[in-house]
Design a protein. Structure first.
Length: 269
């Protein structure tokens, strides 16, 4: 079954939730055509990503009953789409997470992923707790998973969720200049080595001294680029079919040729 994807890359308004919500609503209203099955937003799309925000995270974090999540549920239902809701700061008890939500066409949260690898170079670990789970979510198209930005540098995470059945992995990010080459190579490597689709959403614009290059991408299980954006606001669209994953895995039997009994236990420590 085909899945039609629309990845939204836009310039995030710094520390301005309402403006970011208004921007998403405007683009959805102007640009969605009704053919989209799943829409993807960037990392920390309602606040932007910065050290200053991380040091004042209690000012920006919401609970699951908060306004931002309510709007995401509303959009999913209104436009009859699955929504990979980028990520937003979410408070759960005494802990705050950089949380990605998967919302179905009925506006129901059907999956959550808390960013596991926090970028200490920008004090992200001061604001958030590490996620501890590597979930896979069932959809009408097949099994998918989500990861967040810095996570793409950790192949053991992506291999684990691939072994658990994910055939498409959605990446939500704030990946800045001058790391476009890293972005492309890492994403293609993750697709090739795990023989799965990679669907990656990155913001555009600037925040403080950082600028962001966009180039949101859909990559096939062969590592071929299905769609790629530029550095401008808008949707990057493309279709994927999970049957292609099965075909590639039969041609090159990476999974059945694994020999985990020989892998040392301490290799992942």
């Amino acid at each position: 079954m085909n899945m039609n994807i629309a990845i939204l890359q836009f310039d995030l308004a710094y520390a301005d939730k309402e403006k970011n919500i208004e921007t998403v609503e405007r683009i959805f209203k102007e640009k969605l055509t009704g053919d989209e099955d799943i829409v993807v937003l960037p990392e920390t799309w309602n606040t932007a990503y910065s050290t200053e925000i991380f040091h004042n995270i209690n000012k920006f974090a919401e609970t699951k009953e908060g306004h931002t999540i309510a709007k995401m549920k509303e959009w999913a239902k209104k436009y009859n789409i699955w929504l990979v809701g980028g990520s937003i700061p979410v408070k759960e008890g005494e802990k705050t997470y950089n949380k990605s939500l998967l919302i179905n066409r009925s506006g129901e949260i059907v999956g959550e992923y808390d960013k596991m690898h926090l970028y200490s170079a920008m004090d992200e670990h001061i604001a958030f707790h590490n996620g501890e789970k590597m979930p896979v979510f069932n959809t009408e198209f097949g099994d998918i998973s989500t990861i967040t930005c810095y996570d793409i540098r950790y192949p053991e995470l992506i291999r684990t969720i691939s072994l658990r059945g994910a055939k498409a992995i959605f990446v939500v990010a704030n990946f800045p200049n001058p790391k476009l080459n890293h972005w492309r190579i890492l994403l293609q490597a993750r697709a090739i080595e795990n023989q799965c689709y990679i669907v990656a959403c990155n913001r555009v614009g600037a925040a403080g001294e950082c600028s962001y290059f966009g180039h949101s991408m859909i990559i096939s299980p062969w590592g071929e680029v299905v769609s790629e954006g530029d550095d401008k606001e808008g949707f990057v669209k493309g279709g994927i079919n999970f049957e292609e994953v099965d075909k590639v895995r039969k041609i090159i039997p990476v999974y059945s040729d694994r020999v985990p009994k020989y892998y040392p236990d301490d290799i992942l420590k």
